[in-house]
Design a protein around this ligand. Structure first.
Ligand code: NAD
Ligand code: TYD
Length: 356
């Protein structure tokens, strides 16, 4: 028994791989291209683990992926690999189409080739789990019901459109070729090993480095927040018991406006690492120009996964965000190392001209 994970050097994939070996000895092959978002330091503790293999490869490279599938014979593929940052997708959508759409297509074709040649028993036991996002459903009004699995897809950013396209491909490979697929659509994750281009780690690190905490627009955009370890447990649950061809929405029942998230982080930092001048980190909050096409509200109806598979998040936002802030305060080496020159260039470009 072996599973193959793509994107396992990224934020969620990395947490998934670490959690996997905390729970089982079943071998795992981690395939990651190591883009700017891929960081082997996240999974460094697994070096030398007999069940763990890392392969640097693109999910779109059919020759390598097909050979790997043939050699390692996984019982499942869990696809985390993607370009994942909305702001980067606005700045340059091409990589998003390449990896999220074309890459997923090529991965599906490699997996289909492998799966077709399995024995009947192996075929029916095999799973392809595609990790997707709630952003494919578009934006909700204040009174709208949270996203259910039956909501139509209405993606608004190049990122969400590329993820929506990949979800459609996965669905079609099930209906057309019988590939045993599962899809999860999850809300905003936060937690350890999160690249500091995203709101939560950016705010923690900017705060302690005395930098502005940039709030896009009025800061009243609402996201549902889920602690990353809860997302990982949801994926394990769907992999083990999800119904073939089905999609499962995963969320934390934690709708929060961005400004509240940032103020909460500031309050925890005030307590854990008070500013030298005795003032609050909230003084560093700065309102900047909004993201174009910024979705106003996401909310997840996670009742299906609870009802059918018995999954519920273990953390509340309050407990998860405290753990997260503490993790960033303790793991300064990891954060120092991800903030490379290339990342600093991106930060300059993204925030230049946003000042209000
Ligand atoms: P991330 O950007 O931190 O990590 C992505 C990983 O994929 C990186 O290690 C990168 O090197 C790798 N990768 C990128 N292109 C690749 C390619 N062509 N071939 C192989 N590897 C490649 O992303 P994340 O936040 O960990 O998200 C993982 C998945 O979960 C994505 O599919 C994303 O759409 C989805 N998701 C993310 C969130 C969130 O809040 N972060 C929420 C819901 C769903
Ligand atoms: P982000 O972490 O980029 O995730 P996503 O766009 O996938 O939801 O952003 C979360 C929210 O925070 C989103 O509404 C945009 C907002 N945001 C800011 O206000 N300031 C920032 O500097 C960043 C990066 C995001």
């Amino acid at each position: 028994m072996t599973i193959l994970v793509t994107g396992g050097a990224g934020f969620i994939g990395g947490n998934y791989v670490l959690d996997w070996f905390a729970q089982t000895d079943e071998p795992l092959v981690n395939v990651d291209k190591l883009t700017y978002a891929g960081n082997l330091e996240t999974v460094a503790s697994l070096a030398g683990h007999p069940g763990y293999t890392f392969v640097q490869a693109d999910i779109g490279d059919r020759a390598i992926i097909s050979r790997l599938l043939h050699d390692r014979k996984p019982r499942a593929v869990v696809n985390f690999a993607a370009e994942s940052h909305v702001d980067r997708s606005i700045d340059g959508p091409s990589e998003f189409i390449q990896t999220n759409v074309v890459g997923t297509f090529n991965l599906l074709e490699s997996v289909r080739g492998y799966w077709t040649n399995l024995s009947d028993t192996e075929k029916s036991a095999f799973r392809f789990l595609h990790v997707s996002t709630d952003e494919v459903y578009g934006s909700l009004g204040p009174q709208d019901r949270p996203f259910a699995e039956t909501n139509p897809y209405e993606p608004n950013s190049p990122y969400s459109a590329s993820k929506a396209a990949s979800d459609h491909l996965v669905r079609a490979w099930h209906h057309t070729y019988g590939l045993p697929v599962l899809t999860t659509n999850c809300s905003n994750n936060y937690g350890p090993y999160h690249f500091p281009e995203k709101l939560v780690p950016l705010v923690i690190l900017n705060a302690i480095n005395g930098k502005p905490l940039p709030i896009y627009g009025d800061g009243q955009q609402i996201r549902d927040w889920l602690y990353v370890k809860d997302h990982c447990s949801a994926i394990r649950t769907v992999l083990a018991g999800g119904k073939l061809g089905e999609t499962y929405n995963v969320g934390g029942w934690n709708e929060k406006p961005n400004l509240d998230v940032v103020k909460t982080i500031c309050g925890i930092l005030d307590e854990m690492k008070p500013r030298a001048d005795g003032r609050s980190y909230a003084d560093q909050i700065t309102f900047v120009r909004d993201r174009p096409g910024h979705d106003r509200r996401y909310a997840i109806d996670a009742r299906k996964i609870e009802r059918e598979l018995g999954w519920k998040p273990a953390e509340t936002f309050e407990s998860g965000i405290r753990k997260t802030v503490a993790w960033y305060l303790e793991n300064t080496q990891w954060t120092a190392n991800v903030q490379s020159g290339a990342y600093q260039q991106w930060v300059k470009k993204n925030y230049a001209g946003r000042e209000q």
